[in-house]
Ligand binder design. Structure first.
Ligand code: NAD
Length: 475
């Protein structure tokens, strides 16, 4: 199979191709066009040319096409989920039941929203001030390899619904479902040039895209290191930067411990632990720490690692051999830093022969972790949990905030006042109280500190995809 760029509604061959492989088997899935500055420029020019007509469409007409794309995704859930699972190693139970349906939701939601964009009026005795929201123009949308389809659609849907045109660049490690998205967008009646897709590596395709003078806004999801690089190289543009995390999952002794345990297991081991909002630092109050740690490790040992196409599998392969090596590095580092390995570790999981070459790792739990250890400070982005004891509320807040990151956070307590106090005190873009991460498309999604700038979701997506203009009329 060959995947080309999509520029101005047509497949465009690359001058070079790279392979995307199934991380469970290393089988080659497709040859993918490797774009550079020339393809980026052609895609930006196509998006620029398509912009006036698309922005000029009445919102209900745009909404119809955006909704049609959501419907097409819904129709193709099984196919898209299979492709996503093969390309990323994310389990089919997640891609089929959660991630691809959520991609359809993104289009349905923003189709509803774009007809409701309104302004404000500020009348005074001398002037009538009012605001208009204009689309920004050509937007660069850059997606990482974890949950790539959901993430790409989370950007494409508001971008297009609000009247912008786009150049989408997927991660070189997971480009396949986006290629289908391009085809489905055309089938939904979205005109040629409105959604363009350039494949390729970050330095070759991503960098010229972000630096392109005709790109007006960048919505980027990826690592903090790349986010920093983009901000420095891109010049004056609108930015939304959704970056890395090392989110605290704080459990007080008075929590509903059965529910907390379920949620803690889910937040670090679902999606292979390759999740920006993973509750990767599990802070547990000292009085319940030993008991909780034993139960948590028992649950982790029972997690099914295996073929991501099997409905029973929870943890599939890591995305690439390079990423597997990174995760294994931290598993090796834990005991050297003084942490106690409760389960998992470096020994390869037992798997059937067809998965022998896959990038698999056992779910791993470290206890007695000190928050200053590297395993507690660095984003591992794999199924590795760090259990950190704390004494009281003040210490929980101090440890929770002792990190470069500030994406998500989780607080578990039955004490109402404490729940609100701790939720307010944690430095993070999001806090879930007595809950795992549950996405509401209206909520502001994003992080603070090294986890990024800007928020997306609901009207928060105006920030990057719409330009407010004030008009003052003398009375
Ligand atoms: P990455 O930063 O390596 O790559 C992300 C994307 O940026 C890829 O498409 C890549 O090709 C591109 N890229 C790389 N260098 C570039 C450059 N110089 N200019 C422009 N584009 C460039 O990240 P990754 O390894 O693909 O993804 C994992 C990271 O993403 C983790 O840190 C994770 O926390 C983060 N993430 C954050 C969120 C969030 O919402 N905050 C969601 C998912 C993933």
């Amino acid at each position: 199979m060959r995947i080309d760029h999509l520029i101005n509604g047509r497949p465009v061959a690359g001058s070079q191709y790279f392979e995307t492989v199934n991380p469970a088997t290393q089988a080659v899935l497709a040859e993918v066009a490797a774009g550079g500055a020339a393809e980026v420029d052609a895609a930006v020019q196509a998006a620029k040319a398509a912009f006036p007509a698309w922005a000029g469409l009445p919102a209900p007409e745009r909404a119809r096409k955006i909704r049609a794309l959501g419907d097409l995704i819904t129709k193709h859930v099984p196919e898209l989920a299979q492709t996503e699972t093969k390309d990323t190693g994310q389990s089919i139970s997640q891609t089929g039941k959660q991630l691809v349906p959520r991609a359809a939701d993104n289009f349905h939601y923003f189709a509803e929203m774009c007809v409701r964009v309104d302004g404000h009026t500020y009348p005074t005795p001398t002037h009538l001030n009012y605001t208009l929201f204009h689309p920004v123009g050509v937007c660069a949308l850059i997606s990482p390899w974890n949950v790539p389809f959901m993430t790409a659609t989370w950007k494409v849907a508001p971008c297009l619904a609000f009247g912008n045109t786009a150049v989408l660049k997927m991660s070189e490690l997971s480009p396949m479902t986006a290629a289908r998205l391009g085809e489905l967008a055309l089938e939904a009646g979205i005109p040629a040039g409105v959604l363009n897709i350039v494949h390729g590596y970050g330095r070759d395709a991503g960098e010229p895209l972000c630096a392109h003078p005709d790109v007006r806004a960048i919505s980027f999801t990826g690592s903090t290191a790349t986010g920093n690089r983009i901000v420095q190289a891109a010049g004056l543009k609108k930015f939304s930067m959704e970056l890395g995390g090392k989110s605290p999952f704080v459990i007080f002794a008075d929590a509903d411990l059965d529910r907390a345990l379920d949620a803690a297991v889910f937040m670090i081991f679902s999606n292979n632990g390759e999740r920006c909002t993973a509750g990767s630092r599990i802070l547990v109050q000292q009085s319940i720490y030993a008991d909780f740690a034993a139960k948590f490790a028992e649950r982790a040992k029972r997690i099914t690692v295996g073929d991501p196409l099997d409905e029973q599998t929870i943890i599939g392969p890591m995305i690439s051999p390079g990423h597997l090596a990174k995760v294994r590095h931290y598993i090796e580092l834990g005991p050297k830093e003084g942490a106690t390995l409760l389960c998992g570790g470096l020994e390869a999981p037992e798997l059937p022969a067809h998965l022998a070459q896959g990038n698999f790792v056992r779910p791993t739990v470290f206890a007695d972790v000190d928050n200053r250890m590297k395993i507690a400070q660095d984003e591992i982005f794999g199924p590795v949990a760090c259990l950190i004891p704390f004494e009281d509320e003040a210490e929980a807040i101090r440890i929770a905030n002792d990190t470069a990151y500030g994406l998500s956070s989780y607080v578990w307590t039955e004490n109402l006042g404490k729940a609100h106090r701790v939720a307010a005190a944690i430095e993070a873009g999001m806090c879930f109280v007595n809950s795992q991460n549950v996405r509401d498309l209206r909520q502001p999604f994003g992080g603070t500190k090294a986890s990024g700038t800007g928020r997306e979701g609901g009207t928060w997506s105006y920030e990057v995809f719409l330009e407010p203009k004030n008009i003052a009329v003398s009375m």
